[in-house]
Design a protein around this ligand. Sequence first.
Ligand code: ATP
Ligand code: MG
Length: 542
Amino acid sequence: MSAEQPAAAAPSPADPHQPTHSYTPNQGYDRDTVPPEVRMHRGAPADPSPNDENEEDDYDDIFDGNESAEEWDPESGDLTKNYNRQRGMNAPRSNTQKPSANTFASVDDQVSALSKHAAKIRLDDVKQGEDREKDKADRATSDQVLDQRTRMILLQMINRGVVSEVHGAISTGKEANVYGAVSHDDQGEAIQRAIKVYKTSILVFKDRERYITGEHRFKGGFDKGNNRKMVKLWAEKEYRNLRRIYSAGIPSPEPLSLKLHVLAMSFLGDRKGWAYPRLRDATIEDQDEWRMLYIQLLGLMRKMFQVCRLVHADLSEYNILYHKQTLYIIDVSQSVEPDHPRSLEFLRMDIKNVGDFFRRKGVDTLTDRMIYDFITAADLPTDEPAMGEALEKLYESRPDEGDEDAMQVDNEVFRNQYIPQTLEQVYDVEKDGQKLEKGGGKDLVYSNLLADSVVDKGQDEGQKQEDDSAEGTESDDGAALDSDDSDFDDSTSRPRGKRFEDKDEKKQHKQAVKEAKREKRKEKMPKHLKKKIVSSTSRKKK
Ligand SMILES: Nc1ncnc2c1ncn2[C@@H]1O[C@H](COP(=O)(O)OP(=O)(O)OP(=O)(O)O)[C@@H](O)[C@H]1O
Ligand SMILES: [Mg+2]
C-alpha cells in the first residue's frame, strides 16, 4: 500500500492480524493447503509441458458431470450407462456434487478432496519389456504427458474406485502413453489394469482427420483448432470400438472407464503387471503355430468386420498382443465402420500388413484378394471353428496353389485396384455392373458389400428368402469367394437356402438368379432411400 511500509520486517505483536487465507473474486480462497501435485490454477501458469500448450488450465470439464463415460456422448449415453451398470464400474463416488452457484469454489473443493490420493500415482515405477526399454529422455517426455488435467482425471478414477494406484508407463508413444495400474477386488486381491492417456500435442494428431471424416458416428465433425476436444474424441472412439470388439468375444482389452482423453481398460498381461508381448516380439518357434495364428487372425478380422461392423484400420504385428497361442487385438481408436468412405481402402491395407508379416514368418499365405473376399462375404460363418474350416477350404480351392510369383502379381493388381471413395461412386459403378460383369466384374473389390449385403438385402425384405438362397452366388458378379463357398456348412450361424451338389445345376441356378437380380435393379430405387438402407444395414449388429 504505502511505500514506507517495511518490506519484510520481523513479526511484531503489534502487527495487524493477517487472515489465514486470502480471497480473490472469481477464484475463491487460496489453495495453499492443496498439495502442489494436485493444485490447479485459474490464471496461474501450469507446469510447462509441450502437451498442453495453449491450454487453459481449468478443470471444469473434468468435474462437470463427473460421470465418466456417461457424459461423453448424449446420443449413446444410455448404452454407455447400461454398460457401466452391467459392469458394476460405477463405484461409489464421494464427489458427485456438480459445480453450480459458486463454480470455482466447488471445483476447488473437489480438487482438495482428491488430493488425498496424490501418493497413489507413482510413475517412477516403470514396467517395460527389456527390448522396449526407452531411454531416459524418452521417459522424461512421457512423464510430462501427465499434465495437471490428466493427473486430476487419474485421481478422480482412483477416487471412484476404477483403479487404486497408477504406476509407470507400459508404453510411451507418439500419440498415447499406456500406464499400468492396479485395482483391488472385494477380497483385496490386486487386479492389473491399463490406462491409456492420449497426448494432446497438435502435430501428431493431424493426420487423424481421414479416419473421422465420413464416420457417421462423428457426424458433428471435430474442431481441428481445439486439441483437447480432438483428443477426447479420439479416446471416445477407442472406447466405443473396444466395447464392440470385446463384447463380440474378440480377445481384446475390456474397456472400463473413460474420462476425456483418459481410458481405463483391463490389462493384457500377467498378474505381476508384465504386459503380453506384441506379436512382433513374440518368440514362436513352431511353424505350425505361425500358420494357426494366421488363420486365427483372419477369422478375427472377419468377425470384426461382420459382427462388430469395424475395420481396424491400423492392424499390424504392432497392434496385436500374443499370449498362449491367442492373439489380442488392441489400439482401435482409428477403426472405422464399413460405411466410412475409405473403409475398404483401410481394410486392404490391414490385409497387406498382415499378409506381409506372416509371409516373413514363412507362412503360406492366401492372396490379399482371397482374404478380402473372405472377410467381406456375407454368407460365411463368423464363429470358430467354422471360420477356420472355411479358410482351409479356400486353401484347397487355390488354382495355383502357393505359387509365390502368381500370388505376388495378384497382390500387386489387387493393391492397385480402384476402390470407390464415396457412395456416389459406388452407385455409378453399379449402374455399369452389366458391362463389368462380362469380364472385369470380378475385379470390383467392393462387390461383396454392394451386391449382396447392401442393395439386395435392402430392396425388399419380403424377398429376403429368395435372396438367401442365392447368397454366395451373386459373388461371381465381382471379386467374391470362389463359388464353392456354398459348400461351406455354416448352418450353425445362419440357415442357408438350397444347397447344390451338382456343378451344372449350380451354374444354371446362378445364371437365373443373376438375371432376376439384373431385372430387379432396373426398377431402380431412389438414391436417398438406398443411402438410408446402406447406413442402416452397415450399422446393423448381429
Ligand atoms: N490393455 C493393455 N494391456 C497391456 N498392455 C497394453 C494394453 N493396451 C496397450 N498396451 C501396451 O501399450 C502399447 C501401446 O498401446 P496402443 O497400441 O494402444 O497405443 P498407440 O496408440 O499405438 O500409441 P502410440 O501410437 O503413441 O505408440 C501396446 O503395444 C501394448 O504393449
Ligand atoms: Mg499401437
